[in-house]
Design a protein around this ligand. Structure first.
Ligand SMILES: *[C@@H]1O[C@H](CO)[C@@H](O)[C@H](O)[C@H]1NC(C)=O
Ligand SMILES: *[C@@H]1O[C@H](CO)[C@@H](O)[C@H](O)[C@H]1NC(C)=O
Ligand SMILES: *[C@@H]1O[C@H](CO)[C@@H](O)[C@H](O)[C@H]1NC(C)=O
Length: 487
């Protein structure tokens, strides 16, 4: 009896060890949840406030759309890993000259990679440069820019540590079934070159996936297929069944990579998220459901039918903060992608899987005084149309639109909202609430229900003073030269 019992114990011990090892290795390779930090906003939080917000929420990775010196300086010493972006408009220059790429690396990477500096791990070369609506205008610059930058990184002794990537929109590949995924025919050659490059440098393929846009763009897209809660519209693809659009899209990419021999390429999701305002399908409930479902799905390590057990390496939520100055060309939702509002306040409860059960709000936000500009109730408002047009042409009024959080606050409410948006954008200057006498400053918060009338924040980041300091230094030098000459 003893022997079988011993065997049993030994094998169960082995089992326990194996399970421990497997879960340990899973922990080591666990996907990281990061965020995109964009700054196309009228009311910018101080970069140090944003970095504190990241730290309070234990967010380990951040992606920037350009090498904003204020952001990078604020990230120094934070321990947060950074992906720095290069705007598409710079690709032509960087592709044509190694001097330009050397300077770019020197000014925007090396400078910060000092002891206690910023931990830059990736450089995103262009942002969705193959997007079909760009009609190929950036396409020919991508490979030469990558090659120049790789040499510059090598000269700066950073080539092993900082990796070059190219975030692609999911419109780079297509198919009605995941297993049939292929890259757009006109991209096959350049994508093949890109994959060779990425593969030889140990870089991942970065892709942006937006089930929201699929739902928004197509009236027959099944609503529940965009989310992660199970669907009555599962997609059957041979032996595989897809229960959500994210997995279907991800595997379409895997199939496309497989076709050109890079089926094992590691994948990073550069942008993924759900907006909260401006159109019907963009709301708090949906955004919370999507983002929480996504995070739980990725952290479950389930993977997808074509990559079982291997979720994306990292995902970067789009986005950290609302950006009220973005173009609304894509739709009225475009200024409302943040998991936090522009002033760093959590919009809904979200467990990022990083230790906090809820999001922590930004601390020590410096607001303008608590006052608002509204329509003067004692005035005839019939002639207000042009003022509304002016205000909403500059400031953000997208919450007023159908499906938005301020739709249905009435004609007067609409006017007040527009006036206030403009007034806050003008940093509450007295004249900006005039509107030919139709505006009135109030100290009572006009917010109604879900509709929030904002108060701006003071964006006195250090760089606002820099030009002034430079001029001062310049004149002091001139003065000194003049004095030396006279004496
Ligand atoms: C560094 O990046 C910034 C922001 O993208 C850009 O304006 C600047 O020109 C870059 N520096 C060089 C030397 O290219
Ligand atoms: C929120 O969005 C979801 C998904 O797009 C939609 O089904 C729902 O009706 C919206 N809720 C509201 C209150 O508009
Ligand atoms: C307020 O403005 C929005 C957006 O222009 C419009 O859809 C809505 O009908 C307006 N409300 C009233 C009562 O005029």
């Amino acid at each position: 009896m003893a022997q079988p019992l011993f065997k049993f114990t030994a094998s169960s011990l082995l089992c326990v060890v194996a399970v421990a090892l497997i879960s340990w290795s899973f922990q080591v390779t666990e996907s990281a949840i990061g965020v995109n930090w964009g700054a196309v906003s009228f009311h910018r939080l101080k970069p140090s406030t944003v970095v504190d917000l990241l730290k309070d929420n234990k967010i380990p990775k951040v992606k920037l759309f350009d090498a904003d010196p204020d952001a990078l300086r604020a990230l120094m010493g934070s321990g947060i890993q950074v992906m720095v972006g290069i705007p598409n408009e710079m690709l032509a220059t960087l592709s044509s000259s190694t001097v330009a790429s050397d300077l770019w690396v020197l000014q925007n990477v090396s400078r910060y990679m000092v002891k206690g500096g910023a931990d830059i791990r990736y450089i995103a070369v262009g942002n969705e440069p193959f997007l079909s609506s760009y009609s190929g205008q950036f396409q020919s610059y991508v490979m030469p820019a990558l090659l120049n930058l790789q040499q510059s990184l090598a000269r700066a002794n950073l080539a092993g540590y900082v990796k070059l990537v190219v975030p692609c929109n999911a419109d780079a590949y297509e198919s009605s079934f995941p297993s049939q995924g292929t890259f757009r025919p006109e991209l096959t050659q350049i994508i093949t070159q890109l994959l060779q490059f990425l593969n030889s440098n140990g870089s991942p393929f970065v892709v942006n996936i937006y089930p929201f846009l699929s739902l928004y763009g197509s009236s027959d897209f099944p609503q529940d297929y965009a989310f992660f809660g199970g669907t009555s519209h599962a997609v059957t693809d041979g032996p595989n069944v897809y229960y959500n659009a994210f997995d279907g899209n991800f595997d379409t990419l895997i199939a496309a990579l497989n076709k050109i021999g890079y089926g094992q390429m590691p994948i990073v999701i550069g942008e993924v998220g759900w907006p909260t305002d401006g159109v019907i399908s963009a709301n708090l409930t949906a955004a919370r459901a999507f983002n929480q479902g996504l995070i739980n799905h990725v952290l479950s390590n389930k993977g997808t039918p074509l990559r079982p057990g291997v979720p994306p390496m990292d995902i970067y939520l789009f986005s950290l903060l609302d950006e009220g100055a973005k173009s609304v060309l894509p739709g009225n939702f475009e200024r409302h992608w943040g998991i936090f509002s522009f002033d760093g306040q959590a919009k809904y409860s979200l467990n990022l899987g990083l230790g906090n059960k809820l999001l922590n709000n930004a601390k020590n936000v410096e607001y303008l005084p608590s006052r608002w500009c509204v329509a003067n109730p004692s005035r005839d408002l019939n002639d207000v149309a042009n003022h509304m047009k002016l205000a909403c042409g500059v400031a953000d009024c997208t919450t007023l639109s159908y499906g938005g959080s301020c739709n249905g606050i009435g004609t007067k409410g609409n006017i007040s909202y527009a006036f206030n948006s403009y007034y806050q954008l003008q940093m509450q200057s007295e004249r900006s609430c005039d509107f030919d006498g139709l505006g009135l400053v109030t100290f009572l918060d006009p917010s109604i229900g879900e509709c929030r009338f904002l108060v701006g924040v003071t964006d006195t980041s250090s760089s606002a003073f820099e030009p002034y300091q430079r001029w001062l230094t310049f004149w002091v030098l001139i003065l000194w030269v003049v004095l030396v000459f006279i004496m």
